[in-house]
Design a protein around this ligand. Sequence first.
Ligand SMILES: [Zn+2]
Length: 933
Amino acid sequence: MHACTVRALLATTMLGFAAAPLAAQLAPPTQARVTAPKDVVGGTPGADYFLANYTKSEAWLKKVAGESDRIKLVNIGKTAEGRDQWMAVVSSPDNIRNLDRYRGIAQKLALAKGLTDDQARALAAEGKAVVWIDAGLHATEVTNAQSHLQVVHEMLTANDPETLRLLNDVVMLFVWANPDGLELVANWYMRDPKKVTTESIPVLYQKYIGHDDNRDSFASTQAETTNLNRAGYREWFPQILYNQHQTGPEGAVVYIPPFRDPYNFNNEPLVINQTDVVGQMMHARLVAKGMGGSVMRSGAPYSTWFNGGVRTVGYFHNQIGILTEIIGNPTPMQVPLVLKNQLPREDEVLPIKPGEWHFQQSLDYLREMDRAILDYASRYRETVLYNRYIMGRNQIAKGSEDSWVITPKRLDAAKEQAKASAGAQAATDEGGPTVVGREDRPVPAELYKTVLNDPAMRAPRAYIIPADAQADMPTTIKFLNALIKTGVEVERAPAAFSFGGKQYAAGSFVVRADQAFRPHVLDMFEPQDHPQDFAYPGGPPIRPYDITGYTLALQMNVAFDRQLDGAPEHFPLVADVMDAPPAGKVIGTGKAGWLVSHAANNSFTLSNRLLKAKAPVFWLKQATTADGKPLAPGALWIPASAKAARIVADSVGPLGLDAYALDARPSGDTMAVKSARIGLVDVYGGSMASGWTRWIFEQFEYPYTRVYPQELDRGGLNRKYDVLIFQSDVLGREGGRDRGQPEAASLPVANRSMLGRITREKTFPQVASFAKAGGTVIAIGNAAAMGPALGVPVTNVLTTKNAEGKEQAIPSSKFYVPGSIVTAKVDPADPLAFGVPETVNLFYYNSPVFSGTGDTAAARKVSWFYNDDPLVSGWAWGQKLLNGNAGIVDASLGRGKVLLLGPEVTQRGQPYPTFKLLFNGIHYGAATRSNAD
Ligand SMILES: [Zn+2]
């Protein structure tokens, strides 16, 4: 848009507003009756022993939307279980009438595209602050969704000066973050509120991923995440996001930012300051009202490093993000006396008295915290709007010129350089890696230019994703869709082009750095470099709030070229999430059958369709070629038949697979791929890793059955299953506190068979018998620790024996990899690794790693660490210990198999290339069994 048009437009609108007397804007609204929640939801939100469910909350919202001119209901999409997910837009009647205008201003300022500072100032002067408050994301954290009903009702009915001012200055977005979970937990509790606890639900409160619904924000795999991201980063562009959680630290009431270090170095600095300021305003409001027990920083482990939460993804979009964690339950509770929280300190200036605590007290806090944010947005409305523009403008500028992201590794490099130039005279006190909080002496200033701003280490101006270099194009499309879902601009070249001395095919993608959401772009393509963060030098590592390395492009094995000197010309933007990969096709006219590469995960979908129709599928054991293209071992051979022809013809297009039609079966050995009856192990309350696996299975059309401990303990498992899958979190935490389970008699009959635990004494012998009789056991992540106990002759090198001979984990001061991407080798000729790159990125989280493997069938290593510093992205301490040991082991046990997949090969539905290790394992065991029969 030309500058003059903007100005003309602004002039008219501003005139229009100026003509309306201020009194009219602030006048109390019509006196129409607005129904109170209690008249619809079956009780009073905030009362002891009552929770309103989603169905009734929704009914109330619809009713008041017809009664009040301060609210507009917006359906932001369907949930996993098919409910409508509502956002209540609340503001003054005038603002509600002009929502499109204010939404447009928020968008223009957030994207900061083509605006001058003057235009941005004028837009900020005219605009309204947009504040997002979401509740109930974690549905057992029950206070927040109940508070929403009270707060919205008050905003629709109160006429005090503060409420009218807030309504006038702010467009409030009240979001129900997890409708399915609210329905589940409220109905569960209300069966018998005096006896049932809100925590004791039998299944996850989001259909597939439960608590991980706050870990999915950059990958956007789930329906609710997609809805929240669309509303937040593509439609409404709130400047402040408030994401409500539970529970508060013991002996306190609520955690509110400021956060502790580290924050993510890709973030715009202003986002951190503003988040701290808003947090302090919230504390101050509570303290002014005499409401004690709010803590910050050292009071809890929360940081802003990880980019996967509803709150944290916002930082990478230049959005102020507030998290609170509050106590409270409809069943009255006690605030315990915790002495350290009775001594006032910077991080808790007003301690709370111990004693009985009722639900409404928590809702009173939530009301004040909501209002503190809205008050800040109202009083600093123009600043909040203009700063959003400043941040976007700064990021666009950084993406258009040479710029650097300084990380700990760069400091270490400078230190090494300083040491080298100073000779024996060490430049710093202690040498070694840069550690947070350790003292540092000045080093020669030229190192700033030569090392910290080393030209070779510039942040890219653009990433080019070549259309003809992707190992798995449909997976690359999923990666790009994840970017698009959070508002990142992706361009596609309609024709071939050359840039930076390289030729790129038509259909190649470009992600430019000169966009407002550049922090998110960098964070999705570049390794995270987490600081060495220890309690004290030589002490234990400080546990990060969540995982430390997660670069999505690296997890998904996307091929891309960094452009440091500039970006190609602009190509057309990809307008929306791409439905399907570029169409695949049948190549050639041969009549014997079809050959399909194993490298694309969608080849498993094709296999499953064929197996379902009982059309045979084989894997070629050796590498081959098709149409001159090399295919790694494991390529699918599909013999011709009418059934197969129909399935291949219908599938290759939408699945983005190329099928080579051949005149003869390729030479060499093959393995018959068999369908397998899958038992996916789950536990009472729901395993998240198992839930993610359900989601993955449904994407790739694997049928499965959920198996609970009682069934495992009964044995006879071969009658029903060919494969049993134990995910990372089903064994419970060794030595850790187990989540309690309710009494069977207190449960609905249907839930009783879910109770029980997997035990070494009762469960493992049945699982071993299952394998020995020909079954396949697949143990992933921490569950791989069961390998030695089942009889696999390997040793977990990350454990030692204590004085009593009991096995225990190596201390974290010696080895600590809290969720990072590491590199390893695989044997591409092993059927378990068919289709996996020979050097592969693995997601790894302190899980078992094995020695004692050999080339024998008893325990063959399929993937192993091959160097002293396998870290690719994140944080690793003591990683040398991994070198030479196996992460993935293929073991025979009796007539069956035990496959140990130590790394988290399905981590939160993200590392697509390593899904193949699970998929191959499912078919591989079955194939081996049939050969033996
Ligand atoms: Zn939570």
